[in-house]
Design a protein around this ligand. Sequence first.
Ligand code: DOR
Ligand code: ZN
Length: 347
Amino acid sequence: MSQAATLVLRRPDDFHVHLRQDADLGAYAREASRVFARVLVMPNLVPPILEAADVAKYRSGILEAAPGMEPLMAFKLLPRHTPAQLAALKAAGAIAGKVYPEGVTTNSEDGITDLRQIWPLMPALEELGLVVCCHGEKPGVFSLDREERFLDEFAETAQRFPGVRLVLEHVSTAAAVSRVRALGSNVAATITLHHLEITLDDVIGGNLKPHLFCKPIAKRPSDRDALREAAFSGDPKFFFGSDSAPHHKGKKECAAGCAGVYSMPVALEGLVDVFDRAGHLDRLDAFCSEFGAGFYGLPRNHGTVTLRREPWTVPDIVDGVVPYRALEQMPWRVATLDHSANPVNVA
Ligand code: DOR
Ligand code: ZN
């Protein structure tokens, strides 16, 4: 653990967030803009972000709410998209298509049953340079095995189309980590803050903790340790995507609760804590502001965020949602954001 009292990081990226829509969008977008310079925004709205016009409208709504943050746009990629639609989506500002297997998470009822269903679109995706982001779980499989059972079709797709970049989102198993490592440079993975910390026992091992319930569900200690090793390793295939997924308190504390952890209110503070406790603070800048940008072919952000070692207590509720680590003490606090400072890496 470092003894330093302050920490200066490059303003980071979050390559997987849910900002929702309508009356909720403004607050969630502003919360993300508290520290993140760019966020890749997920398209699982109702109705979903499917067309160029949806991307343009959603993007301007986010920019209006949080002018200091650049929204990177993703659309829900379906087998019925045409190459012309994909070109229009790209022209409207989309950088990625998100694939949801059927029924595996929030608003995915219209999803695919097999990744091979999007193979006919791969030449167009390659030509346009659109990244394919995959929620990597196989529908209909026992929940603890869903991610692992998705890996073969993911690997087959990545190997057959080496010119298409694929991201396996929010990896939750040691099996996924080793498969991503073994695949080519067209493959990367995002890792969330909560999957670096919790296991299934934190969700159901004692009293039921609905605010830690998410998809993919947190797994074994050995899986979490593999994720931590990947995040700390300095391997550019692994970068930060929070999967911050707010659901109102009443939608979590009920008979059929929604999946999603609202980590945004503590995202960077939590990452600093995890990396610091593991003695790997020197790897954090790369994990949350270099590797993702590199994979997506984006420049690194300008500006810095300064954190101070100063304990604070996470609120019990933020904008109607119970945040990750609610009422817990966090050792690091975000002190200042400087949009123009020239980042100097932490020691
Ligand atoms: O837990 C999750 N919540 N996982 C996802 O993949 C989606 C997200 C949501 O949109 O609520
Ligand atoms: Zn997500």
